[in-house]
Design a binder for this molecule. Sequence first.
Ligand code: CAA
Length: 258
Amino acid sequence: MDFVKLEMDGALATITIDRPKALNALNRQVLSELSDAIGQVAANRSLRTLIVTGGGEKAFVAGADIAEMANFSNAEALAFCEQGHRVLDSLEALPIPVIAAVNGFALGGGCELALACDFIYASEKAKFGLPEVTLAVIPGFGGTQRLTRIVGRARAKEMIFSGDMIDAAKAREIGLALEVVPPAELIEKCKKLAANIAKRGPLAVAQAKRVIDAGADLKLGDANAIERDGFMKLFATADQKEGMAAFLAKRPAEFKNA
Ligand code: CAA
């Protein structure tokens, strides 16, 4: 892969969008490589967490590639949008937690990539925005929908109508970024959380993610039915027996992902 790096270190995978000369902008090749990397993560049962970040000093991802899009026909625009949606949907659907480590500009398609992760940790120099209207288009990789679900309709409209960037502190204030840390501490902060997640029951973490995501757009009663189903199913796992036996025996649990 030319522009996407996939590293696996024990239970942790890291995907780096690495095209710093174009501030890691997403063209069709980068999206295709990202799709391959996500497929490899999905196929590896020893992984417990994925971190997604940007290569170089300046950017997480500064958006979809404007040079590639500039002369798109309607059909090409739709195909590009569909490719972006497919790739980000597959990222969102991974059973393991995915942390966006936003180390710089996260604009347009880059902000949308971060929004498709489970949550965002940001460096103090991160900048977020959906500036598509400055190019006379709208977000096309899910930003109108995912941002709205995270920060609410009015904040999403403010960001999308104005095209303005917000800094990391503002992103935390509106619930877009969960944590803001000095740039040099960002990856360590994400790794620390990943190490904690790796100690928990893997099937339970995956079930929690499934239940939260599946219930998010449903009525509470229907969503709680999904929780009941997930809770019940975990009692057929060896890890549930081990987790509870270990607690009662006052010893650390050893989970087998089974
Ligand atoms: N697409 C293609 N190339 C990009 C890019 C993008 N989204 N963002 C930056 N680049 C390129 C620049 O063209 C420049 O290339 P050259 O060196 O060959 O000229 C290089 O990256 C460095 O960028 P700048 O010189 O502009 O760096 P800067 O520090 O002056 O500015 C910036 C940084 C404010 C992020 C600015 O680059 C910028 O505004 N980028 C575009 C952001 C944007 O509009 N993103 C949304 C794209 S539309 C989209 O994403 C649609 C969708 O939802 C699917």
